[in-house]
Write a protein that binds this ligand. Structure first.
Ligand SMILES: [Fe+2]
Length: 317
């Protein structure tokens, strides 16, 4: 479903056209109303730890949607996750170098990232960065091309290249937000870049707290490097960002990929933590309908229509 951004923005207060949700069996069901708020989050998988941070003899304490969890790795059988209050086991899994947990009944599988299966890519976890803001804010900031020249000056943007060119946004049949034809001039798009160039970006919001960026590789320009941001909702106003990078190995070491991601995220962290309010406002009146914010407008509307309120200030009824 391709949607024209200009006409969408002109009709900013109309209902989201995508009122159907696809079940794991492929069946489409109507999105539930108030009674089902945040079910989409409770019954989904979330990253709660970088598996490399676990050791056999230590427990790792973390928190997911306000529930304290303890992760152990005893006996080499993989991670075991339990609630800290009751000791009840919590569903868990390991994938992409991360430990995942689901607080309810998983209605979907862990997100599939086909590029992670390609042998000529580094698969790098980018560190787990605690940020004092709603995870929804972290996703929205990741989508925002307008901040690149100002927050990542000399790396992912620079003046006078500050205008965000028009791009397309659509909701896919898999119920993801897809922004395509995004172009941005970057002085140092990646550590392997030799010069500035216009980088093609594709953004995909895969789940409420998960967003991916596909960007042109500086060497193999027909292929794309992938950065996925798995955001752990610690509580409504705190999150942990777990970046996962699938970079083509050409001319770059895994350690450099990780260092570059951490450099970039260190620039974002203070910006995110200064956002007021800390939760993401979902009232349509809080949106700024300018073209550069098209992804943001879609994201907030998509969250509203899927009854996501955790980490948000819900729209007035
Ligand atoms: Fe940023």
């Amino acid at each position: 479903m391709q949607i024209d951004i200009q006409s969408e923005l002109a009709n900013d207060h109309r209902d989201d056209p995508a009122q159907l949700r696809r079940t794991p069996a492929g069946k489409e069901v109507a999105v539930s109303t108030a009674a089902g708020r945040d079910e989409i989050l409770v019954n989904d998988w979330h990253v709660i730890a970088d598996a490399s941070s676990l050791s056999d003899d230590a427990l790792l304490a973390t928190r997911l949607m306000g529930i304290d969890l303890v992760v152990s790795c005893l006996g080499g059988d993989g991670a075991i996750v339990k609630r800290a209050d009751s000791g009840e086991p919590v569903r868990s899994a390991e994938r992409y170098g991360f430990v995942w947990a689901c607080l309810g009944e998983p209605r979907r599988t862990i997100i599939d990232i086909p590029e992670a299966a390609e042998a000529d890519r580094h698969l790098v976890t980018g560190g787990s960065i605690a940020v004092k803001v709603s995870g929804l804010r972290a996703v929205e900031n990741f989508l925002d091309m307008g901040h690149l020249p100002f927050v990542h000056t000399g790396l992912l943007g620079e003046e006078p290249h500050t205008e965000v060119a028009p791009y397309k946004v659509a909701i896919t049949t898999a119920d993801e937000i897809l922004a395509t034809e995004c172009k941005v001039y970057q002085p140092l798009a990646s550590p392997s870049a030799k010069e500035g160039f216009i980088v093609d970006y594709i953004f995909k919001v895969m789940r409420p707290y998960t967003v991916a960026l596909y960007k042109s590789n500086p060497v193999q320009k027909e292929r794309l490097d992938v950065i996925v941001l798995f955001v752990q909702p610690v509580d409504e106003e705190n999150c942990v960002a777990h970046p996962f990078l699938c970079y083509l190995k050409d001319n770059i070491e895994a350690a450099t990929v990780r260092w570059f991601m951490q450099l970039i995220f260190a620039q974002d962290k203070p910006i995110l933590e200064n956002q007021v309010p800390k939760r993401l406002p979902l009232d349509p009146a809080a949106e700024t309908p300018i073209r550069a914010d098209a992804s943001s407008v879609y994201y907030r509307r998509w969250l509203r229509s899927r009854d996501v309120t955790y980490g948000a200030i819900p729209a007035r009824a």
